[in-house]
Design a protein around this ligand. Structure first.
Ligand code: HEC
Ligand code: HEC
Length: 312
């Protein structure tokens, strides 16, 4: 049986095994393959000595370097946390209107605000902050309560009509049911719609508006940030812009409510949220207070005719 010989077609030596005329050739492993194989063995020995390797009952051999993936993670987390704390401290120490002077810090604040927005705000304002009926769009330059960084920060901090929060933003449009009735309600509705180029104004409607509404919404319906009264002349509606919806708001107004976030979030997070909201496209620059309204009773600043809502 074991008769080694040279296999003719291949020129390779046989090992001497033969089954039914089929012979096994003695083909040596390629050199490069062998050396690679030995190298991996050597590498594994070095590795076993340096790094954790052999599993024992409740841990593994430690390795002479003392490395562990847990230790690595802890070190990286520590470094990230230290960096974050540094940024937090810096943001905490910076007046919000001055944040813009440090673009890098501002970028970090906006990123932090975007993350906090996803957790706390999307359920009402939508994932893209575009709002929906009753919940203002925060991407446009139309603000109910003011669009500067500090105004937005204040709104987020104290909320809107939030019961129990002393400093909350609050103003309630009176219900005009019983005061403005029937044809009068239709006339003033027509005038309101005409301010954004839709409805039919009338002398009666304009007069009713001047007498009952201009004090809060401005003579031309430009809105009043100090009163939280939305602009009515911009075709952007919080509660809807059909005649029926506008009339409903006049007779029995709805009032939006937002929580005071200082009850749940720390001041730095709120600052970052304000930076994020401000960055969405409609942020306004802080300006020196403007002169008081020419309108009737309400004292206070008339800011840039603003309000923030979804298109209705
Ligand atoms: C429970 C629903 C709700 C949640 C949650 C909520 N908001 Fe609001 N938000 C509102 C409503 C409603 C208004 C409009 C109130 C009104 O009619 O004046 C508003 C208004 C605002 C305004 C004022 C817009 C303007 O035009 O002046 C800002 C800024 C704002 N929200 C930011 C936030 C941020 C930031 C968060 C997350 C921390 C948040 N909101 C979470 C309901 C919510
Ligand atoms: C005391 C101030 C005040 C007076 C007076 C007032 N409003 Fe308002 N109005 C508001 C406030 C504040 C809101 C916003 C409610 C909210 O944000 O939840 C509002 C909201 C509205 C809206 C909804 C706007 C939208 O975007 O959906 C309409 C329409 C409106 N008012 C019309 C009138 C008309 C017409 C009159 C007069 C007959 C009037 N208001 C008188 C304060 C006032």
């Amino acid at each position: 049986m074991a008769n080694k010989r040279i296999d003719q077609p291949t020129g390779t030596e046989t090992v001497g095994h033969e089954w039914d005329g089929i012979e096994e050739l003695n083909t040596p492993l390629p050199r490069w393959w062998l050396w690679t194989f030995y190298a991996t063995i050597a590498w594994s020995l070095v590795y076993v000595v340096l790094y954790p390797a052999w599993p024992l009952i409740d841990k593994a051999t430690a390795g002479t370097l003392g490395w562990s993936s847990r230790g690595d993670l802890a070190r990286e987390m520590g470094a990230a946390e230290a960096a974050r704390q540094g940024v937090f401290k810096q943001i905490a120490a910076t007046d919000i209107e001055q944040l813009g002077n440090n673009p890098e810090l501002m970028a970090q604040a906006i990123a932090g605000g975007a993350a906090a927005f996803k957790v706390n705000c999307v359920q009402c304002h939508g994932a893209g902050a575009a709002g929906s009926a009753g919940y203002p769009n925060l991407n446009d330059d139309d603000w109910i309560w003011g669009g500067t960084l500090s105004e937005i920060e204040y709104t987020i901090t104290h909320g809107i009509r939030w019961e129990g929060a002393n400093a909350t933003r609050a103003n309630y449009m009176p219900a005009f049911a019983g005061v403005i009735e029937g044809a009068q309600a239709d006339a003033v509705t027509g005038h309101v719609l005409s301010l954004s180029g839709k409805g039919q104004s009338s002398a009666a409607g304009a007069q009713l508006f001047a007498d009952n509404c201009a004090a809060c919404h401005g003579a031309g319906g430009e809105g009043m940030v100090a009163m939280g009264a939305p602009a009515l002349n911009d075709a952007i509606w919080l509660f809807g812009g059909t005649a029926a919806e506008v009339k409903k708001q006049i007779l029995a107004p709805r009032h939006g409510v937002m929580p005071a976030w200082n009850e749940r979030l720390d001041p730095v997070t709120i600052k970052m949220l304000a930076a994020y909201v401000h960055s969405r496209g409609g942020g306004q620059q802080a300006a020196p207070a403007e002169p008081a309204a020419p309108a009737a009773e309400p004292a206070g600043d008339v800011a840039q005719g603003t309000k923030a809502e979804n298109d209705g």
